[in-house]
Design a binder for this molecule. Structure first.
Ligand SMILES: Nc1nc2c(ncn2[C@@H]2O[C@H](COP(=O)(O)OP(=O)(O)OP(=O)(O)O)[C@@H](O)[C@H]2O)c(=O)[nH]1
Ligand SMILES: [Mg+2]
Length: 453
């Protein structure tokens, strides 16, 4: 292993807590720590995976804090290098002082993601596993956490390895055909090649589906409540949140600004946006609200279009729906508690009847929303799912190469051309796990980490 300078950072949260942690990683980390650590024995002599009580002193020998130093020797540590984690008292000032002392003793302040980058470079984990760390930290709901953990334990890496192993085999068969056209060797027919390439395309499509679902669990599904004034959009927001968040009145045009709130519905994280009722208006403030409504429709993953029981789609509604275009949409007929004629919209799409006032139908609405976006109950703690744009790009590129290859078969192109597409697909998929990746890309990936990771 090449020599690595010793890096250090505060790895616990920057705030007040009982305990704070400063991590050092690198070849000389024990020599550096021993300059300021005073314990029973120097850390250099401490056995691996031992916890050592002691004090940290400044350059004048003055005690700054009492600490526990955890020694983890290479390669049995997070980074694969010599590591010491110093547990000190979790005050901002204490932690900052200790860090300064450690830096003055010869360590360098770690860059963003540098611990994880070293772990990757030392073969402790692949790129998908490294990336999952930030997803674990940022997870806001159980399923998102489950997906991140699945990735942490190599779910995605295994999927990608299987696909690449298949590709290698296809390349080998094709290369044999190219190199020994005359010999009596095991061969694949063109149909067999195409069949296996189609299977690979299917697998890549499944990974893409997983991406959509993964994004929802990471970022939340953006659900916009839209409709004409007074249909009960704000009432629905309040009913879902179970609090009086938005102002509700019988006056049409009550909501002026868009209001966003996060909530988890049937395990699905939603960012729900209440909007100003859309209508032509001469009121300048209301007009600005309507413009905001239209803007939030653009970024919606799902639109809940509200109508009042007893009313049918009129010209205004139809104009609004035209603006929404082909976004996923559910019609919500509100005020089911009123004794009015039933509104039948089944011709136009999916409909749920609710009452924001009594809560009737809200459970069904939640179920419909979930059903629309979550197709599977896949166990993501075992199976891999791609979950960032970098993965998605690679999957799409690999898909493109395989499709090219299939098209090439249809045109009966020579194998020495087709084999290049297969090799490219193999290489592209390798960038997901980091088997084939350039140094500058690594810098970009790890710079997205928070400090101390
Ligand atoms: N009976 C009945 N009344 C409701 C229901 N939901 C809302 N309302 C009433 O309908 C009126 C309008 O409700 P809001 O929630 O302010 O409607 P809105 O769509 O947000 O209206 P704007 O903000 O003006 O666009 C209020 O008087 C509510 O009390 C319901 O399910 N049943
Ligand atoms: Mg409103």
């Amino acid at each position: 292993m090449a020599t690595n300078d010793t890096i250090a950072a505060i790895v616990s949260a920057l705030g007040e807590a009982a305990v704070g942690i400063i991590r050092l990683s690198g070849d000389d980390c024990y020599e550096i720590a021993d300059k300021c650590f005073r314990g029973k024995i120097p850390l250099k002599e401490a056995p691996t995976h031992s916890i050592n009580y002691g004090k940290i002193v400044d350059e004048n020998g003055k005690i700054v804090d009492e600490v526990l130093a955890m020694v983890m020797r290479a390669p049995r540590s997070f980074t694969g290098e010599n590591v010491v984690e110093i547990q000190c008292h979790g005050g901002m000032l204490v932690m900052e002082k200790l860090l300064q002392i450690v830096l003055a003793s010869g360590a360098r302040l770690a860059e963003r993601g540098e611990f994880s980058k070293r772990a990757f470079l030392n073969g402790k984990m692949d790129l998908t596993q490294a990336e999952s760390i930030m997803d674990i930290i940022n997870a806001t709901n159980s399923r998102g956490l489950e997906m991140a953990l699945g990735q942490r334990f190599g779910g995605l890496r295994r999927e990608i390895e299987l696909l690449r192993a298949d590709l290698v085999e296809l390349v080998a068969f094709m290369q044999a055909d190219i190199d020994y056209p005359e010999d009596d060797i095991e061969r694949l027919t063109a149909e067999a090649f195409c069949g296996r390439i189609k299977n690979l395309l299917n697998e890549l499509d499944k990974l893409k589906e997983g991406y959509t679902e993964g994004r929802i669990y990471r970022e939340g599904l953006q659900v916009v409540l839209a409709g004409k004034p007074n249909v009960g959009k704000s009432s629905l927001l309040n009913a879902l949140l179970k609090e009086e968040r938005a102002i509700v009145t019988p006056i049409a045009g009550t909501t002026r600004d868009t209001i966003s709130e996060y909530l988890v519905l049937k395990g699905l994280p939603l960012k729900i946006v209440d909007t100003a009722g859309i209508r032509e208006t001469s009121d300048e403030i209301e007009q600005m609200g309507v413009e905001r409504s239209l803007k939030s429709l653009e970024s919606a993953d799902l639109v809940l279009y509200l109508l009042e029981k007893g009313s049918q789609l009129d010209q205004e509604d139809k104009e609004n729906l035209a603006l929404i275009g082909d976004k996923p949409l559910i019609f919500v007929v509100n005020k089911a508690d009123l004794t009015k004629e039933e509104t039948d919209l089944s011709l136009y799409g999916e409909v749920v009847s609710i009452s924001a006032l009594t809560g009737q139908g809200l459970d069904e609405l939640a179920g419909k929303i979930k059903e629309k976006f979550i197709k599977s109950e896949t166990d993501f703690s075992a199976q891999g799912a791609i979950n960032n744009v970098r993965h998605l790009n690679s999957v799409e590129k690999a898909r493109g190469f395989l499709q090219n290859c299939l098209d090439g078969f249809a045109l009966e192109l020579p194998y020495d051309l087709l084999v290049i597409d297969l090799q490219n697909a193999w290489e592209e998929l390798g960038t997901i796990s980091g088997e084939t990746v350039q140094e500058d890309l690594l810098d970009i990936i790890f710079s997205k980490f928070c400090l101390g990771k």
